[in-house]
Ligand binder design. Sequence first.
Ligand code: 9D3
Length: 238
Amino acid sequence: MRFDVVTLFPEVFPGPLAAGVLGRAIAGGLIRVEAHDLRAFAGDKHRQVDDIPYGGGPGMVLKPEPIFKAVRQIRGTATAPCVLLTPQGRALDQQLAAELADQPRLVVVAGRYEGFDERVRTSLADYEVSIGDYILSGGELAAMVLIEVVARYVPGVLGDEDSAGSDSFSDGLLEHPQYTRPAEFEGQRVPDVLLSGNHELIRRWRAEAALERTRSRRPELLQPSRRTTPPLSQPKES
Ligand code: 9D3
């Protein structure tokens, strides 16, 4: 899968995407990340990519022409959906990531300043995506997050034992607590069941712990409308 990123800061790519599991996928040619300097698509000698907002007000708005030019030239004759990163977009989650991973190619546009001319949204973008309800200074970190989350769905990117579809989050629950040695650390014991060797008991303890943690921290994840697999039924009191 190929990601073309349009940005005013192409030098920050691939950044952390070059580390670990994704770095191997990039080195192996399974994933490509190409950064394109938006300023190279500016029409004038001052390479202006932004302008003052019609109607007045503070800040600058990204002009439509350089962005349309960039996305069209990068696409060439290929088809590749255009993903616009904005605070107003659809919240990125595993479901959207899996949908985007069905594409062989995405053109990802990272903004700066106060945002994009509305015509970029209405006539160029196929998806408008946010990575969460907090304020970033621009779309570059959001682009990296999106690329990492999507690329993990590309077959072969994760090891064979692992896969995006078997991640704990793919059942819609938070992960159960995990422990490693020592069995006691600063007076805190690892739960006996995990040392018992009884794999059926361990499986049930983990399922219950995941459910309880989700109930206490992220109850909205348990709404039936968002679930992929049903939660295990509560053990009956005896
Ligand atoms: C404080 C400025 N805001 C009010 C005028 C608007 C604003 C514009 C541009 C706020 C942030 C940004 C830059 N953000 C992104 O480009 C961005 C983003 C984000 O800030 N949060 C979550 N997801 C994303 S995706 C792109």
